[in-house]
Design a protein around this ligand. Structure first.
Ligand SMILES: *Cc1c(COP(=O)(O)O)cnc(C)c1O
Length: 476
């Protein structure tokens, strides 16, 4: 094992260093058929031999066509550049393989998960769960880690359904069950509605302003109208922040209405809940503690390798009921030394996801993560100022997070062409999205190595692409 890991570590160190130096493109799209040959996959699968020099050779080819997240020009997707220490956590998890949904199968892994969940609950302002064995009669919050925000949304909404339609687990859904969510919610909300059997049509668009934020003043009437029409509202979903432009819904007024009308409020904080760690930015989630459930991805802004997402609920019993009708057990009633997460998750074999997050936090302490978040937010404001000041560019909305949408003067098709050309050149990697009915170029500033020089390079690269586009049109 040591030999194999040493070969891999050496290769990865070279990979990171080259990316940081901007020596190689962020990405290159080698055709799969070619790559499959280069990697010699079929022969290796049948004959084996992935040791020593063969392993070195394989990793060299593999990493050459890997997308370089560590490259400062990588601004495309909401994926963490993992903190260096987390690689060791992934190794420990892979070797011990202590899948821990049942405590006895991985006491250390379960204890670490319990601790990081409690850390998150405290950041939300909810009551962390007492350690099993501690006698406590007070209500407490709860949570679990799961494999991604999409699964976390499904889990939280399954918990919401148990409250709105307690018979649904056995009998199936009543046909008047609906969700209320802003149209710009992540697609996993509609997907969850499909999986839960409500159907995507049961997701009703919440009233929103031009930038896609819920209008609290209109939400109340909307809910009352839906009830008047005979519908039962399973949950209101709010974004913190929305995926497209990274804008936050006003959680406190939305939550106040949900409390008043006794509706479950689910907050999708997959990307943006990490602002809770920052004293400077946690105000963006003001009122989050009034919600019933929240999801929070560590593999986005907490520098944790994929996948590590949290489902958190204000009352732990809601999550214990998420996948069954009767889960009246309380953890302190159980006669065992630890805690089982199995009731709270779709997964049966459940990886020890907490260790990677724990390493991300504990290597430098949570203050380092807070400083990272503050830095990325400040960079985004600076980038918006710079791009907005260019005569040939326009910014979609003042950023509230580390996500920014902008476009070059021209139509929607131009933005798609620019992104395509940019990706072919490979020096910068960005995404694109629809927002306010138009197509935008989009950056997520996830990389602690990205600086203003990279934003300037990006704009210069886009101009080169636009120029080429114009000259190719002229030739045509
Ligand atoms: C990324 C994201 C998700 C999905 O999370 P995954 O971990 O990618 O499954 C859900 N909601 C929002 C707002 C997101 O940004």
């Amino acid at each position: 094992m040591r030999n194999t890991c040493e070969i891999a570590t050496a290769a990865l160190e070279g990979f990171i260093a080259a990316a940081r130096e901007r020596d190689l493109p962020v990405l290159q799209q080698t055709p799969m058929a070619e790559l499959s040959d280069q990697l010699d996959l079929t022969r290796l699968i049948t004959k084996g031999g992935l040791h020593g020099d063969t392993l070195r050779q394989f990793l060299e080819t593999y990493l050459a066509s890997a997308t370089r997240l560590h490259h400062p020009g990588n601004m495309a997707h909401q994926v963490a550049i993992p903190a260096p220490g987390t690689a060791a956590a992934a190794l420990v998890d892979a070797v011990t393989n202590n899948v821990m949904a049942i405590y006895e199968m991985g006491p250390s892994a379960a204890t670490v998960e319990f601790a990081v969940i409690n850390w998150m609950l405290a950041k939300v302002g909810w009551t962390p769960a007492p350690l099993p064995g501690a006698s406590s009669e007070t209500a407490c919050a709860g949570g679990t880690l799961t494999s991604g925000g999409s699964l976390a949304n499904l889990t939280a909404l399954s918990a919401a359904r148990q409250r709105a339609a307690p018979d649904a687990w056995q009998q199936g859904n009543p046909d008047n069950l609906i969700l209320v969510a802003p149209a710009g919610c992540h697609y996993s909300i509609k997907r969850a509605a499909g999986i839960l059997g409500l159907g995507c049509n049961a997701v009703k668009d919440a009233p929103t302003d031009a930038e896609g934020r819920i209008i609290p003043d209109q939400l109340k009437d909307f809910i009352l109208e839906q009830r008047q029409a005979g519908n039962v509202i399973m949950a209101v979903v709010a974004n913190a922040c929305a995926t497209a432009a990274g804008l936050y819904d006003a959680l406190r007024p939305v939550a106040t209405i949900c409390r008043e009308l006794d509706v479950w409020l689910h907050i999708d904080g997959a990307h943006g809940a990490s602002a809770l760690v920052s004293a400077t930015h946690r105000h963006l989630l003001d009122g989050v503690d009034l919600a019933d459930s929240l999801i929070w991805d560590a593999h986005k802004m907490l520098q944790t390798p994929a996948l590590c997402a949290a489902v958190l609920v204000r009352d732990h019993r809601d999550l214990d009921r998420a996948f069954q009708q009767d889960a009246s057990y309380l953890f302190h009633d159980k006669d065992q030394p630890g805690f089982d997460f199995i009731h709270r998750t779709v997964e049966c074999t459940k990886a020890g996801l907490g260790l990677k997050l724990f390493f991300a936090l504990a290597t430098e302490g949570e203050q380092a993560i807070a400083a990272f978040i503050d830095r990325q937010m400040a960079l985004c404001v600076q980038a918006a100022g710079f791009i907005g000041a260019q005569p040939d560019f326009e910014v979609a909305a003042a950023p509230q997070s580390n996500i920014l949408c902008f476009r070059m003067t021209g139509d929607d098709a131009l933005q798609l062409t620019l992104r395509k050309k940019l990706t072919e050149r490979g020096n910068c990697y960005i995404s694109s999205t629809e927002f306010r009915g138009r197509r935008w170029l989009r950056i997520s500033l996830m990389n602690p190595a990205t600086a203003m020089i990279d934003i300037q390079t990006l704009i210069a690269e886009i101009r080169v692409c636009a120029h080429k586009n114009a000259s190719s049109l002229a030739v045509a």
